[in-house]
Design a protein around this ligand. Structure first.
Ligand code: DGJ
Length: 717
């Protein structure tokens, strides 16, 4: 079946992915309308779903609030508009007039449909874009708006796409909420009637919400059930409005900006929205996550095929007390552990001895690095590791040479106070000169100091978000800032193809499909407490793969929570993502260093499964019994299980953990004990995880498939 086809009988467009279908058509008023989104359909089946257009049942109804591909503000529509326009004469509305369509399938395995429209009255063009691929069920959608006239147009709302669900008996919404050091708390709640708004007004994706949704009928679980999900590829303010109508339909619309912000379009200007990606899966939340992970690895990340190195980061060890000698001492110990990438965090530049000064002055602090960073970089390279540094290019401390020279470079509103958060202000990346300045010093830093890795941080949210001077500056800030940020990242990667970048915003404040297209991994959270991390990582994994989930082993008692858990447990939790070490190694005993070196070596044996395999979440990390994350090789030949337990309570029933994703009938050998297990027993009857006693125990089980016909040597299950 072609990826995109059109029915000659009904005009229905049918988009086909490996396991799903998406269908739409243009109705008799010219508006693009939804037909179907779910399991695979033949063209004839899709046609049969395109029933006659329904007339409103009373004069108090208008067009159905759910069911259009991009509901506009105009005519008799009363739902949340995806597109809301104000013209130069003050009038509003958009009336669909189809002007054409095209299908581009020139590249094998991918096809794009573009439906073109204009307003019936004003010279405004709208193009709806749909991209489908042969290797993923994710459908990418975006919208391009162009002002073809000679007068100004305001896009009061310019969403990427609206998504419509089929009628279901009930609706449940999964999403995440959070705050600094408590990101990605998974919420799974019944969708209320009316409108539910998920949003960030902070200028970044935010710790507080993340621009993805999953909807089901309330019965799906990790392994079973139909799930419709969406994710927005955008790293600034955003809004998603999920709707449940009085007549029992549900859908959502989402895009850039929060309420009250607009996208100005001058004469001849065009605005391309970010991608809103949609995914239907039948196989529970686990299958939905695995499909997202596969999509991110194949089509969002640029270097997902690479194996990410074990990293060391100095932040929790030294704070701002960064010196060449101190870093070298840590680097030598890190190298002994088997670390492959050494990262100097905040505190290496300008007058940065606390968070009160120095941001913006990006030259190595002469008192602590008299010969610059190059000697440290060379020493790290000699130790056999790559060299990384922390940067925060979008920020400035008022106490800095940069601010003294360019006080007008920050986001501000004339005559109003400039509110500092963490003693810093936001540099206005919406200004071309500011973005160019950032690129210039970053590219120099990378080249001169032989930097292999940047941790790109962003430690405060927007405030007084204006841009005095240019007309519309205050409104353009929200989108142009992000576009210029993307531009600097893109240019840096272009100029330094070997450079790898970690996105960070006080932990996980800027993780989304937009930033992941320009970076290689994400700092998940400033909360490095392994127990809290179990929940944070579970929420993170709903859409984002372990391949980008950076996790460090740090000291106990934990800086934030004061909790003390065993080193092995801390390692096992961090091994569920990109393993890093962030403790003060100069204080670790020889026994601890030896245990850590063993665990790093163990990680290297299994990391191909974590980073490139299929992930399964098993059990509740905060429930009575053990929980686990399991990663299975794409060909089913290997698996690793990381199991975690809390404080054992005497008499709690021992329920075996049922593993997932292992080929039935196969046998697997435990690489540590040599015991041979039957896959069917492990998946249908479960593995009796006997964790060592005590609080916060954990285990790692690495299974390798026994070739058929091999007798195996030791019986397990
Ligand atoms: C916030 C980051 O998330 C931390 O890891 C650290 O880099 C600090 N910023 C440094 O200021």
């Amino acid at each position: 079946m072609p990826l995109i086809s059109r029915s000659p009988a009904t005009g229905v467009w049918l988009l086909t992915t490996p396991r799903t279908s998406y269908a739409l058509r243009i109705d008799d008023t010219g508006a693009p309308c939804h037909v179907a989104w779910g399991p695979r359909l033949t063209p004839a089946e899709a046609d049969s779903l395109a029933g006659p257009f329904e007339e409103p049942v009373s004069s108090f109804e208008g067009r159905p609030a759910v069911g259009e591909e991009l509901p506009v503000d105009g005519g008799t529509r009363y739902g949340p508009p995806s597109l809301q326009v104000r013209y130069a004469d003050g009038s509003r509305a958009f009336e669909w007039e189809p002007v054409g369509h095209r299908v581009d399938d020139s590249v094998p395995g991918v096809a794009e449909l573009v439906l073109e429209f204009r307003d019936r009255v004003f010279p405004l063009s709208v193009a709806l874009h749909y991209r489908v691929r042969a290797d993923t069920d994710v459908i990418e959608r975006w919208t391009v708006l162009r002002n073809d006239g000679g007068r100004h147009v305001d896009l009061l709302r310019a969403d990427s796409a609206a998504w419509t669900l089929p009628p279901l008996a009930d609706y449940r919404l999964s999403h995440v909420t959070g705050q600094w050091s408590a990101e990605t708390r998974l919420r799974r709640e019944r969708l209320p009637h009316g409108e539910t708004v998920l949003t960030s007004r902070r200028g970044i994706t935010s710790h507080h919400a993340n621009p993805w949704t999953m909807l089901d009928d309330g019965t799906a679980d990790e392994d079973r059930g139909r799930v419709w999900s969406t994710a927005l590829a955008w790293s600034g303010s955003w809004r998603i409005t999920v709707q449940r109508t009085p007549d029992g339909r549900a859908g959502l619309t989402g895009g850039v900006g929060h309420e009250g912000t607009r996208v100005p379009l001058g004469p001849g200007e065009e605005f391309t929205t970010p991608v809103s990606a949609g995914l239907f899966t039948d196989g529970g939340f686990g299958a939905a996550s695995r499909a997202w992970h596969g999509y991110v690895r194949a089509h969002v990340l640029r270097h997902a095929g690479e194996t990410a190195p074990v990293l060391y980061n100095s932040w929790e060890a030294t704070g701002f007390d960064v010196t060449e000698a101190g870093q070298l001492a840590l680097a030598e110990r890190a190298a002994r552990l088997g670390v492959e990438l050494y990262v100097v965090d905040d505190g290496w530049f300008g007058a940065r001895r606390s968070d009160r000064a120095g941001l913006g002055d990006w030259t190595p602090a002469p008192d602590r690095f008299p010969r610059g960073l190059r000697p440290l970089s060379d020493a790290v390279h000699r130790l056999g590791m790559r060299f990384g540094v922390w940067v925060e290019p979008e920020m400035v401390n008022p106490d800095s040479d940069l601010y003294r020279e360019h006080p007008d470079w920050v986001l501000h509103l004339p005559g109003r106070r400039r509110t500092e958060l963490r003693n810093q202000l936001v540099l206005n990346f919406a200004r071309r000169d500011v973005a160019d300045w950032a690129f210039a010093w970053l590219t120099r830093l990378v080249a001169e100091h032989r930097v292999d890795f940047l941790k790109w941080d962003m430690n405060r949210v927007f405030g007084e978000s204006g841009r005095p001077g240019p007309e519309d500056g205050g409104d353009r800030v929200w989108t142009r800032y992000v576009h210029h940020l993307y531009g600097v990242l893109d240019r840096l990667r272009e100029a330094h193809p070997e450079l790898r970048i970690e996105t960070c915003s006080g932990g996980g404040g800027r993780v989304d499909l937009g930033i992941l297209a320009r970076t290689d991994q994400a700092w998940t959270s400033d909360n490095t407490d392994a127990v809290d991390r179990l929940g944070i990582q579970r929420g993170f994994s709903q859409v984002y793969p372990a391949r980008v989930m950076s996790a460090w082993v740090t000291d106990v008692p934990n800086q934030l929570t004061r909790l003390t858990v065993p080193l092995r447990f801390r390692f096992h939790v961090a091994m569920a993502g990109l393993l890093g070490v962030g403790g003060d190694l100069t204080r670790w005993s020889e026994e601890e260093l030896a245990e850590a070196a063993g665990l790093v070596a163990r990680y290297k044996e299994i990391r191909h499964l974590v980073q490139h395999g299929e992930q399964y979440r098993i059990g509740d990390p905060y429930g009575d019994g053990p929980s686990a994350v399991q990663y299975v090789a794409a060909d089913g030949s290997e698996a690793v299980v990381l199991a975690f337990g809390a404080s054992p309570r005497h008499g709690t029933p021992r329920v075996p953990l049922r593993l997932r994703g292992l080929p039935a009938g196969a046998r697997f050998r435990d690489t540590e004990t040599g015991a041979v297990h039957h896959a069917t027993v492990l998946t249908e009857y479960g593995l009796d995880v006997r964790l060592p006693g005590g609080d916060w125990a954990s285990s790692l089980l690495h299974l390798q498939r026994v070739p058929d016909g091999d007798a195996g040597d030791r019986a397990g299950s």
